[in-house]
Design a protein around this ligand. Structure first.
Ligand code: IVH
Length: 671
């Protein structure tokens, strides 16, 4: 692709591309002012990816290409923090904050400046930079040691991988990784559509995402980060506020809305302003952190065992109102989980009218000791859905009955079940209960499964109501005449659905298997199963031993698969899907020009070749069924010698009597 470029030129081009891409990232994500189109951006990234793969000697873990994440699973390494990650002592009232200021002044004998910052409600992270490059990212963990989540953190586009300007050679910077409300809402909407468990709040979503093993999923979740604490030996400013401004110049997104305050009165003003204004922020906050500005004074004040004496957290009060409980509904979700929901007398809370509140599960109802017509306290905490946090028992009518959780499914009447260790009661009638049936169909058509374009949950509802669809096989019997009778369904939309269904017949077996919605058979399990048990018929016959011999398949998953295939309606479903026909067998991928001529042979290559690059030669060996190995042993079949072959390889081959062949002789093996 780049035949005439000298290595120095390649390197220059790579460095330039990396700088340009980083600048475009800043323009896009930080400044909100992109200067090139997404397409142009993708082209630059494509060029860089191509050059990096062709010239691996110029690889760099901090290249912007690394932000896309990798598919490789890994366990997190534990890393001991150089400076422990302490927590802050909390305060809940103006008085406590004033007392903090008095304490600081008494201990230090000065009247220092303070900095007020919003307390972001995410998950904390400590980054180490060396010579301007991100070296490591570690979670708080237990404060002493945390998880090394560097690969995941690299995917967060507002975190600089390389710094600008006059930064210290080595330092740590700490901040909060957050999931903005908009991203959180979109993620939960998508999870609801897929019938997956929802995240309760953006904090859980952020910390859950950061701990994922697959950094490409992390990359897709659009986390954000703000930094509020710089630690190091040779910092150029004494003031924390001034250091933050410097960090901003180096490329960090710093604590938003930080403000210097001279005394308690100014601090209290900041608290009262942000107690209200925080509703307008794009991310969750749960208070304000108040810090002594001067690092020198901070040192003088020092630390208690758990927290610094120079800072305090002020927690916002969760807004709380009292209202009357009108009734409790029990909703059956797409997964079968039954959620109790309280209907309330409408009441104003945090800028919205609240009419309903989640009661989560049976345990919550029991611990609240909820009775009919109770006056309840409702709070809007970190959670998006308001919750009932207590009952005013003094106002209770002694004759009112306690609220009881139901025993049978309100949709289909099947007795509910609860599994050991789980909080939720479930309807087990997966093939007969309407919300579960719809949930299964929604899962089947979802993007990661059969990816049927044009079909969404509303259409599934309509199709179900009209009695047109009762299981996933029914989808493939749908006729255009039937579709156009649905509410708001035009000609074009109907065609799109039919085209989408047609296209789904090309979806490979592993995804069809995932789409079936067998309990515990997620994307990865389906992949593993499809690769080792190659068809649905073989899977149907597989016993516990066969199933558990598949990598990562344990008894729980195996039993669930056996149970699924033991049901007559599932066997019928499979037969109907065969007729469609869906792909119910793994395909052997036939590469162009492939053969089995080199099966059983192993090759070491050394030197440079006339007709192939080294990678091309290796690919050719594999194409013909051969194996590439990096070092010569008695088992090696051939050493393919190019120009400038390494003398030690040649020597070893001669010693072990391994045939040394030229590029041309290699070709004659495959012709
Ligand atoms: S300063 C030693 N500033 O709150 C002090 N923390 O309870 C270091 N947090 O673990 C923390 N926003 O996760 C600081 N502007 C802010 C913050 C903040 C959120 C979190 C952080 C910390 C916890 C302390």
């Amino acid at each position: 692709m780049y035949p005439s470029m000298l290595p120095e030129e390649v390197k220059k081009r790579i460095v330039k591309l990396r700088q340009d891409i980083e600048q475009h990232n800043i323009n896009y994500y930080k400044l909100n002012q992109p200067v090139i189109s997404d397409f142009e951006f993708d082209m630059l990234m494509g060029d860089l990816l191509a050059l990096e793969s062709k010239f691996p000697q110029f690889a760099d873990p901090n290249s912007p290409t690394q932000r896309v994440g990798s598919d490789i699973s890994r366990e997190f390494q534990q890393v001991v923090h150089q400076y422990p990650m302490l927590s802050l002592s909390n305060s809940y009232s103006d008085t406590e904050v004033s007392e903090f200021v008095q304490r600081v002044e008494k201990f230090s004998g000065e009247t220092p400046d303070y900095v007020c910052e919003l307390k972001l409600d995410g998950t904390s992270i400590s980054l180490t930079y060396q010579d301007g490059e991100l070296l490591r990212a570690v979670t708080r963990g237990d404060g002493e040691k945390g998880d090394d989540v560097t690969a995941n953190v690299r995917t967060i586009r507002t975190i600089p991988l390389k710094l600008h300007g006059n930064y210290p050679a080595q330092f740590e910077i700490r901040g909060e990784i957050v999931m903005p409300f908009a991203v959180f809402d979109a993620l939960n909407r998508e999870r609801a559509e897929q019938g997956e468990q929802l995240f309760a709040n953006p904090r859980n979503a952020a910390s859950g995402t950061l701990k994922m093993q697959n950094s490409s999923i992390v990359a897709s979740r659009k986390l954000d980060a703000y930094f509020y604490y710089i630690l190091g030996e040779n910092l150029q400013e004494d003031g924390h506020f001034e250091l933050l401004q410097q960090a901003s110049d180096w490329g960090f997104q710093i604590s938003a809305h930080a403000q210097k305050c001279r005394d308690a009165a100014e601090i209290l003003r900041y608290l009262s302003v942000w107690d209200k204004k925080r509703d307008e922020l794009p991310f969750a906050t749960d208070g304000v952190v108040i810090k002594v500005n001067s690092k020198r004074v901070q040192e003088e004040l020092g630390y208690t065992a758990k927290s610094p004496r120079w800072a305090i957290a002020y927690k916002f009060k969760a807004e709380r109102v009292a209202t009357k409980l009108l009734s409790v509904d029990f909703q059956v979700g797409r997964t079968g989980a039954v959620t109790p929901v309280a209907n309330l007398e409408p009441v104003q809370l945090g800028g919205t009218v609240v009419k309903r509140a989640s009661l989560h599960n049976a345990d919550v109802i029991e611990s609240l000791d909820l009775h009919a017509n109770d006056i309840v306290f409702v709070e809007k905490g970190g959670e998006i859905i308001p919750k009932i946090v207590g009952v005013d028992t003094l106002l209770r009518d002694p004759a009112s009955a306690s609220v009881q959780f139901i025993h049978d499914c309100p949709e289909c009447g099947t007795p509910l079940v609860r599994e050991e260790g789980e909080a939720a009661w479930y309807c087990p009638n997966e093939d007969g209960c309407p919300p579960l049936i719809k949930g299964k169909i929604e899962h089947f058509i979802s993007r990661k499964a059969m990816n049927v374009d044009g079909l969404g949950s509303e259409t599934i509802d309509l199709l179900y109501q009209q009695g047109l669809v009762r299981n996933v096989a029914d989808l493939y019997d749908l006729k255009k005449e039937q579709l156009v009778t649905l509410d708001r369904m035009g000609d074009k939309s109907a065609d799109r659905i039919l085209d989408g269904l047609k296209a789904s017949t090309e979806i490979p077996f592993e995804r069809v298997l995932f789409a079936l919605g067998i309990r515990y058979v997620g994307e990865t399990v389906a992949k593993k199963l499809a690769r080792s048990i190659k068809s649905i018929d073989l899977l149907k016959q597989a016993d516990l031993t066969t199933l558990t011999s598949v990598d990562e398949i344990g008894v729980k998953i195996a039993e669930s698969i056996i149970d699924w295939f033991s049901k007559e309606q599932h066997l019928q479903l499979v037969e109907r899907l065969k007729i469609v026909p869906l792909k119910l067998e793994s395909e052997i991928i036939q590469l162009e020009g492939s053969s089995e001529k080199l099966i059983g042979l192993s090759f070491v290559i050394s030197g440079t070749f006339k007709n192939y690059s080294r990678d091309e030669l290796k690919a050719d060996i594999e194409l013909h069924g051969g194996k590439n190995v990096s070092s010569i042993s008695a088992k090696t079949s051939y050493l393919i010698a190019g120009e400038n072959i390494g003398p030690s390889k040649l020597e070893k081959a001669t010693q072990l009597k391994i045939p040394v062949i030229s590029e041309e002789s290699y070709r004659s093996l495959t012709d």
